[in-house]
Design a protein around this ligand. Structure first.
Ligand SMILES: Cc1cc2nc3c(=O)[nH]c(=O)nc-3n(C[C@H](O)[C@H](O)[C@H](O)COP(=O)(O)OP(=O)(O)OC[C@H]3O[C@@H](n4cnc5c(N)ncnc54)[C@H](O)[C@@H]3O)c2cc1C
Length: 334
């Protein structure tokens, strides 16, 4: 069991900044995110896109902002459960909570802050016969730990940035890497596509273009994929893993079942402190709604500060909070 003051569900920019605001008030945080990395939409959807409306940063790339946030919160030693979706929350008699994830990690906390953005990103699944039957038995939609693929035969499918980036990365890890793509051009970054073509030319990977995986087979565990070319010929390729990378789409997921007041897939909050209808649970960032809400990173940052000041009373019920600037108090690491 992990014990913390605040369990933050969602490690996007707003969840990350909440660690800073909580840390200033001496509250420890554990963050859970369904994605294998922090950064939410910024790292998953638009890491290289510049952002122009972060106060004090006239232009900053999305991933750079996430990296800066990681640096900013480091003094407060947050802990993380990544690649795990929060499935349930359970109130205890003393008003604390136990949060349980998809990997059965349990987090005991005094406050829950939901910074779940648009919800969990769920993989778009291609139409491949038997695909779901082999999930967790050789089929995986995310690369949580590249070491899983060391010295294995792997097949990736897709033509976007994730498919290209993981093909390049895993070509140095796996025994063999095959990338199957339905077209002969890629949607992903041109320099990544160039690297993939070069890896294929030099024999480091197998590139199978204008083709689709139509079926997979195995005996309790995946052992081959069947690839159909544009002339309809089908070839079998032995493999240990199949990684279809066709993008992710957000779904509110289990958050909808926790008794929170939901309005059009968002959590209604009180704008005094971004508390929800359940005492001790807050919602900040894109996941919440209130009159005038703007889904902007800077609005989520503001909400983090007010949330932390209100959460203090749940974590330290017998203490009075006196407001001080960081210029006076500094940033005191745990
Ligand atoms: C293309 C694009 C461009 C944008 N440009 C700008 C811009 O220029 N300026 C700006 O201010 N905003 C911009 N935005 C909006 C901005 O990205 C969002 O406002 C911001 O990401 C919200 O941050 P967040 O932390 O609330 O949520 P998110 O970034 O969505 O992060 C939420 C995280 O919660 C996780 N999660 C959800 N449910 C669960 C669960 N049950 N268990 C575990 N994890 C869970 C998700 O996996 C996700 O990682 C842009 C958005 C897009 C798509």
């Amino acid at each position: 069991m992990i014990t913390t003051d605040i369990c933050i569900i969602g490690a996007g920019p707003v969840g990350l900044f909440a660690v800073f605001e909580a840390g200033l008030l001496k509250m420890r945080c554990h963050l859970v995110d369904a994605l294998p990395q922090v950064g939410g939409q910024l790292s998953e959807i638009y890491p290289y896109k510049p952002i122009y409306d972060i106060p004090g940063a006239p232009e900053i790339k999305a991933q750079e902002l996430v990296d800066n946030l990681k640096k900013q919160i480091a003094p407060f030693s947050p802990t993380f459960s990544l690649g795990e979706r929060v499935e349930s929350i359970e109130r205890q008699e003393d008003k604390s909570f136990i949060v349980t994830t998809s990997d059965d990690t349990k987090i005991h906390c005094k406050v829950i802050t939901i910074a779940g953005g648009l919800g969990c990103f769920e993989p778009r699944k291609p139409a491949i016969e038997q695909l779901e039957a082999f999930e967790g038995k050789g089929v995986t939609y995310m690369v949580k730990d590249p070491e899983l693929f060391r010295d294995k035969d792997i097949v990736l499918a897709g033509g976007g940035d994730s498919a290209l980036d993981w093909t390049i990365f895993l070509s140095n890890v796996a025994k063999s890497v095959t990338l199957v793509h339905r077209s002969d051009t890629f949607r992903g970054a041109p320099d990544s596509a160039e690297k993939v073509f070069h890896l294929a030319e030099t024999g480091k990977i197998n590139l199978v273009l204008k083709s689709n995986i139509v079926k997979i087979n195995g005996n309790g565990k995946l052992n081959e994929v069947l690839i159909e070319a544009s002339d309809k010929t089908v070839t079998a390729r032995p493999t240990d893993y199949l990684i279809p990378l066709f993008g992710l789409s957000p779904k509110l997921g289990p958050i909808a079942d926790w008794g929170l007041q939901i309005d059009k897939s968002q959590i209604s909050v009180n704008t005094v402190d971004y508390s929800t209808n359940i005492e001790g649970i807050y919602a900040i960032g894109d996941i919440n709604t209130y009159p005038g809400k703007l889904k902007l990173i800077l609005c989520g940052f503001h909400e983090s500060a007010l949330m932390a000041h209100s959460a203090f009373k749940h974590v330290y019920p017998n203490q009075r909070l006196s407001f001080k600037y960081t210029t006076v108090n500094g940033v005191n690491a745990f």
